[in-house]
Design a protein around this ligand. Sequence first.
Ligand code: UDP
Length: 331
Amino acid sequence: MESRKRILITGAAGFLGSHLCDFFIAKDYDVIAMDNLITGSLKNIEHLFPLENFEFHHHDVSNFIHVSGDLDYILHFASPASPIDYLKIPIQTLKVGSLGIHNCLGLAKQKNARVMIASTSEVYGDPEVHPQVEEYWGHVNPVGPRGVYDEAKRFQEAMTMAYHTFHGLETRIVRIFNTYGPRMRLNDGRVLPAFIGQALRGEDITIFGDGSQTRSFCYVSDLVEGIYRLLLSDYTQPMNIGNPSEISIKDFAEEIIELTGTDQKVVYKDLPVDDPKQRQPDITKAKKILDWEPKVDRAEGLKITYEYFQSLSQEELLKTDHNNFEKYIKH
Ligand code: UDP
């Protein structure tokens, strides 16, 4: 019998990490999940604990990583990933993108494993090229509130490429655009949990700026499929994975209001510093090279995500007050 492939997933208890754990378990991999639980939650992966092909290591990957036995793949998905998180824990954000990836790459070299890093549309900053193609180098403010994330991710790409060219390591770089689905954190300040949380708690819906800024939201199962295809492909340059269906935040608020049936009013707040005005992935490469494109449209994905948030306990819902985040946002 052929032995199972072994994969290490960092950030495994987070939103994306936990969906990746589910995906690779379903594909019959041995999954080694690692997380320091700063922003992740064991609730996202506790259903996997009884499985013999799943193990969890409570560890901060910014420190030396030890994994015994062989490894075929490493997915480095550990990182705070919302503007509120970067402002609350900026140093950890920088460390996991720099020291964390260095440890992952060193481990991969030792195990002769293939590494994929979770990069981001934030490497494009507040983009002047629209939609964003992978060749665009970006427009990032290194010392702004998002700089700790954007620059860590840019460094992470550079480091990964250096290990690829210098050591011949097998590497993959996925640039992830806004993604949503069940297990997003209610209190991470992101727009989708913010709006749905506000609707469920009967609070006003807070639009930052005039709401003309755009985002393009990808449902999590589509993203995971794209990641899988990229991992198994031969492609070593960065690749965008996201849903090109672009919407303004104002229209997005309308969609959430309709979905939830809330009769709360919309209130306008100042736009945070360096908030990108537009964002939309060009996915020509993913279509051509991976034969991938998103399948779940926003209406369907939002319905599933809303049902998830509705299933949370009242206690969980009420302890989150989006307005409390105001103190972290730099306007
Ligand atoms: N946003 C908003 N109201 C909120 C939270 C976010 O209007 O209560 C806006 C935010 O300013 C940004 C967009 O929604 O323009 C997406 O924000 P998010 O934090 O989800 O992610 P980003 O794509 O900015 O990293």
